[in-house]
Write a protein that binds this ligand. Structure first.
Ligand SMILES: *Cc1c(COP(=O)(O)O)cnc(C)c1O
Length: 370
């Protein structure tokens, strides 16, 4: 098949060209105003995203990783506390726990959804458990009601790594409902990406919001240059917030494009010998990634590559097997579903700047491969 352009995992240049005029205008406004950090664009973005996520508060910060760490700290997670989470996620999930002196405890994923579940988490709860932190991986929400019931039963915090979950819904509810706090990432390749790093916490909890707001600016109290607690330097820039606000009105159509692309794959790949993503009933999947599973992953990946199509493995090595977490003493075989996923997952191009024909091209190539 003759392919005149590469089909990639993201096309941020094309995305920029779609919104160039508006972006250039707001950039110039900010540079002329001389107000660069935490101003009216940041406040506006926080309000808009809180609304989208069904939260009372949006508290921005410098990255998705910081959002997790500050959310955990603001909720009261500290040294020695156990936090139950997934080993099949981006490293920042566990890293944020460790940075607070707390201890990640891994629960294996459901191999069809790639998400952790209450039934697998409950047996791991000990007297040291302080929080459960599920990851809404690939753009699909974890069982909010189920985990919230579990958190209530044992008096635990329920904190969501929602870095991949902007615009997600479960039974019509946004990501901040039925949990204590959820976090977002604005890393450029996320569904809502900045022109650099950025993150946010969204919550309905007054106390967590209050502490989080202080922590991100050095633990400042109500009086400038007086500090109540040791904090972080983790603020969002006006330029980033302004870019995100230009993109925000497009999020509905961009998300619908991802979902339409996913439908095309589902329709075309149904008869092919690989596993397409499972959507849990009630979930509005936003397809941050469209991820298939096949034991022939490496072969398929190079076949696509040779035919001008990129694909990616999120993530090739589960966290319990990483050198950084070797001291946990968890060997191969500890989390079979996560390990199998790491060996077999392949994410296909799904981003909204691709056309339906691009997706059909990829799907046809995959049919031909099998
Ligand atoms: C992207 C991501 C993060 C980290 O966000 P950054 O903005 O890159 O710091 C954390 N968790 C998950 C699941 C992510 O995908």
């Amino acid at each position: 098949m003759a392919i005149d352009k590469r089909i990639g995992m993201a096309d941020l240049g094309a995305q920029y060209r779609q919104i160039k005029e508006q972006v250039d205008t707001v950039m110039a406004e900010i540079m002329n105003s001389g107000w660069f950090v935490m101003g009216k664009n940041v406040t506006g973005l926080e309000a808009d995203l809180a609304h989208i996520c069904d939260a009372k508060y949006g508290i921005s910060c410098a990255s998705g990783t910081d959002a997790i760490e500050i959310a955990l700290a603001a909720a009261g997670v500290g040294a020695g506390d156990e936090v139950i989470t997934s080993p099949f996620t981006f490293v920042a999930t566990a890293e944020s726990i460790v940075r607070l002196g707390a201890v990640p405890v891994f629960a294996d994923i459901n191999k069809e959804t790639f998400l952790i579940e209450p039934a697998t988490v409950e047996p791991l709860i000990t007297s040291k458990t302080k929080a459960i932190m599920p990851v809404d991986l690939y753009g699909q929400m974890t069982d909010r009601i189920g985990f919230q019931k579990l958190a209530n039963k044992y008096g635990l915090l329920h904190i969501i790594d929602g870095a991949q979950a902007i615009m997600c819904q479960q039974d019509g509810h946004g990501i901040a409902l039925n949990c204590d706090v959820a976090t977002l990432s604005f890393f450029p390749t996320k569904n809502l990406g900045a022109f650099g790093d950025g993150g946010m916490m969204v919550t309905n909890n007054d106390a967590i919001a209050d502490v989080a707001k202080r922590l991100r600016v050095h633990g400042t109290g109500s009086t400038t240059y007086y500090y109540d607690i040791p904090g972080y330097c983790s603020r969002l820039d006006e330029i980033q917030a302004a870019v995100l606000r230009v993109k925000l009105p497009l999020m509905t159509s961009w998300t619908e494009a991802r979902r339409r692309h996913a439908d095309i794959y589902n329709d075309t790949l149904g008869a092919v010998d690989l596993v397409t993503p499972k959507v849990v009933e009630g979930n509005y999947h936003t397809y941050h990634q469209y991820t298939v599973t096949t034991p022939r992953r490496e072969e398929l990946k190079s076949y696509l590559q040779q035919n001008g199509v990129d694909s990616a493995v999120y993530y090739p090595h589960p966290l319990h097997l990483q050198k950084a977490y070797a001291s946990m003493g968890l060997g191969e075989g500890s989390y079979p579903c996560s390990e199998q996923a790491a060996n077999e997952v392949l994410s296909l191009p799904v981003h909204p700047q691709l056309t339906d024909d691009d997706i059909k091209t990829v799907a046809t190539l995959i049919q031909r491969f099998f």
